[in-house]
Design a protein around this ligand. Structure first.
Ligand code: 9MR
Length: 381
């Protein structure tokens, strides 16, 4: 009798876990990799992330790919010329290997989070083209060869294309983004970066990663850039569409166009930084003064103490619509990575302005699955 009671107790305790055992990576295993990020020791602006163990647990259970959120960016990995800090990246890769996660290196060449020394000479003036090319190559060679054979994909160049919207929606144009890389080296910096990364690790697949590819001129420019590089034998293996979405924008039509045109161009696609903000889009206020920000706060930060169920349901529907499209094009999609493990650690809370409370991911602030999680899993059940 006692044995039976024990069995019942054990079954009723364990069974629900088995019933709900399906995880994101298992549910999507026939379609694409499901990834998340390594937040590392950073939680917002705080460098003491008390939740890292919890984040690692969810990552190992639910995902099969991982991208470092910050620790591999130039300002962290080579803060001073010739001084490399690999400890956190090493730790992330060991964690990934122990848990069979595909590793995405992020990122080698970017405008942001690159220390000023790259672009300065010893007198504080602008560095010469030759020296900057050497620094670019040295950075890439050192970082990529350290992890040779252990990093599956690299976001080599990040966000190199800009859109000029000043002439209105109909007359947008895309061009190379103005950055010190472009100004000092010229557009060849892109080709040099891919060739150098390939030499340092011929087995790594090299991606070009950008946001707002749902803006057609930006998508077209990026695909033309990839086609041009490929035609000259530059090893580039795919396009990364970041996918920082809002509840209502961009439209599904614009998202679908990214999937369709990329497939037509025969360029494998990665969704690299997916999240769905439930807050108003505040990017136009990014340079707002503090006073202005206070005035805007309530409008731009509507759910500081909790998000209504109705909004979570809207978000679940949005995720479901987006994943339906991704499934339709899954033969050309290799990976979908979320930009965050849980709502309690998201860049959306501190960009474009500090102090908002967003709810963009599949797991909530109590580490519980949200309606959006169920919506994504239910699509493939
Ligand atoms: O999530 C990252 C955040 O912690 C950093 O402060 C920020 C700095 O610009 O970068 C965030 O990640 C970005 C990614 O590396 C590239 N695409 C846009 C992401 C969100 O800003």
């Amino acid at each position: 009798m006692k044995l039976m009671t024990n069995a019942i107790v054990i079954c009723s305790f364990i069974l629900p876990f088995f019933v709900n055992a399906e995880t994101l990576k298992e549910a999507y295993k026939d379609h694409f990799l499901m990834g998340t990020i390594w937040h590392g020791y950073k939680l917002g602006n705080d460098s003491r992330n008390r939740y890292i163990v919890k984040e690692k647990g969810i990552t190992a259970a639910e995902f099969n790919a991982v991208t470092p959120e910050n620790c591999m960016k130039p300002m962290f990995i080579q803060p001073e010329e010739g001084v490399f800090t690999f400890a956190e990246s090493d730790e992330m890769i060991e964690f990934a290997e122990a848990n069979n996660l595909v590793v995405v290196g992020h990122t080698l060449v970017w405008k942001n989070q690159t220390p000023a020394w790259f672009f300065l000479d010893d007198k504080g003036g602008q560095v010469s083209r030759e020296v900057l090319i050497e620094r670019l190559k040295m950075h890439i060679r050192t970082v990529v060869s350290r992890y040779r054979g252990r990093i599956d994909y690299w976001d080599v160049v990040n966000e190199a294309v800009a859109v000029d919207r000043s002439e209105g929606k109909r007359n947008q144009t895309a061009s190379y983004k103005s950055t010190p890389w472009l100004e000092i080296i010229g557009p060849e910096y892109i080709e040099i970066a891919y060739r150098t990364a390939h030499e340092a690790d011929p087995s790594a697949k090299l991606l070009y990663n950008d946001y707002n590819l749902d803006t057609e001129v930006k998508l077209d420019f990026s695909l033309a850039l990839i086609a041009d590089l490929k035609s000259r034998g530059v090893p580039i293996a795919g396009l990364g569409y970041q996918g920082h979405l809002f509840l209502k924008e961009p439209s599904l039509t614009a998202i679908e166009r990214v999937l369709r045109k990329t497939k037509q161009a025969d360029v494998p696609l990665h969704i690299t930084e997916l999240d769905v903000s439930v807050l108003p889009n505040a990017w136009e206020h990014r340079s707002a003064s503090v006073e202005e920000r206070f005035k805007l706060d309530k409008k731009l930060n509507p759910y500081p103490d909790g998000v209504p169920q109705k909004i979570l349901a809207e978000q679940a529907k949005r995720y479901s619509d987006v994943f339906s499209l991704l499934l339709q094009y899954s033969d050309n999609i290799e990976r979908v990575t979320f930009w965050g493990v849980w709502d309690g650690n998201s860049w959306r809370d501190y960009r474009p302005m500090l102090g908002r409370t967003d709810y963009p991911l599949l797991i909530d602030r109590k580490f519980e699955k949200k309606p959006a999680y169920d919506a994504v899993i239910n699509l493939v059940k």
